[in-house]
Design a protein around this ligand. Sequence first.
Ligand SMILES: Cc1cc2nc3c(=O)[nH]c(=O)nc-3n(C[C@H](O)[C@H](O)[C@H](O)COP(=O)(O)OP(=O)(O)OC[C@H]3O[C@@H](n4cnc5c(N)ncnc54)[C@H](O)[C@@H]3O)c2cc1C
Length: 401
Amino acid sequence: MAIYDLVVIGKGLIGSAALRHLTVNCPELDVCVIGPDEPPDRKAHRGVFASHYDQGRITRVLDPSQLWGALARESIKRYAAIEAASGVKFHHRAGCLRATDLPERIAEIDDCAQTYAPPHQRLDAAGCKAVYPFLAFSEDFIAWDEKGEAGYINPRSLIEAQLSAAAAKGAEIIREIVTAIDCRADGLTIETRAGRQLRARKALLAAGGYSNTLLERKLDMQTKGHTILLAELPRSEIERLRAMPSIISSFEDPSVASLYMLPPVPYPDGKTYIKLGPSGYPEPFFNAVDNDSELLDWFHSEGREDIAEAMKEALHRMIPDLKAVSYHSVPCLITNSVHGKPYIDELEKDRLYLATAGNGYAAKSSDEIGRIGAMLCATGEWHSDLSQEDFRAVYMDGGSK
Ligand SMILES: Cc1cc2nc3c(=O)[nH]c(=O)nc-3n(C[C@H](O)[C@H](O)[C@H](O)COP(=O)(O)OP(=O)(O)OC[C@H]3O[C@@H](n4cnc5c(N)ncnc54)[C@H](O)[C@@H]3O)c2cc1C
């Protein structure tokens, strides 16, 4: 039986990034990733799902959080190199407009804008109307109109790019579901649903919302259902909204929705949609300790109807003249850590490591999260200026490692 130096479990945004970094930074290691492809038919599928089955995830430098901002900036710096190495385009510089009337948020973003100075304009309500006449928020707010690298990434294409760059450097890709990890003093045995057994010196667990299903000592992680609305646009609206950026809004007044929204993006069904989702609505919580029942039901559903309805109203308040052809909603999953930052940690000394818990922010930052996790697993050392303590895994029993 082949013995790998390092196996990455989970072929999502973080796992695929980790794999590529291993091939670049540790070319002497024999590495592979194990994880299933996206199911072709969500409703018929009975395996695991993921948080990235979509065409758009917002990316931007301006961030209220120092830590998340740093993870994003490090990742964004490498987008062009990943595209060049793979020949796969995933980064779309559509810009990102962040609008808010929350004083604390205004101070945080001003601070970030001053420190990192990405190309942007700071606008008041009238200024925003002048630049984006089709958008409506409220009478009084501040908006940062970020250009440069801001916009969106296609998460499916980013994974394809990471995997193709890693495969070109010799990494193996095994498209199967892991069912067990047996961790011993002399190495790990990994079993898959297809009946395969793999041996490895080390493994990095990056199975997103399903990571706990493979661990005996459970991590303190909430997996939350998330509902997104897709509004199909006719050709005339796609043309009219050509200059629309990605949007993040947070307002005190609940009638001005707090949400994120992508500009018109083409989807694999040949249609073009505006996608939006809420921030701050209570969404269903799943205890993804066993992945069968609740999570399966959730991914077989259309998400929550009340949230889809609220998003439809919010969309038409924000783009009052919008003419959409149709609407539908889709379920997704967000994995939250206790401290709101990813868990990147050693779980079993010299054997099993973890990089997961995207907290709804990790797509744009996945390359750096994957890099830190990969390097920790490969070398046992922390390769980042960010404090390792901030990323410690917390267990359900209240303890850390
Ligand atoms: C609706 C929605 C909108 C979002 N918007 C944004 C945004 O605008 N910007 C942003 O930066 N982030 C956004 N996010 C967050 C981002 O998508 C996630 O943080 C990111 O996908 C997390 O990456 P991951 O690798 O941890 O998980 P995933 O991408 O879910 O990957 C986990 C992988 O593990 C695999 N896996 C699971 N179980 C097993 C197993 N047993 N064996 C093998 N493999 C397994 C899965 O198949 C999957 O491929 C959004 C998330 C959602 C749900």
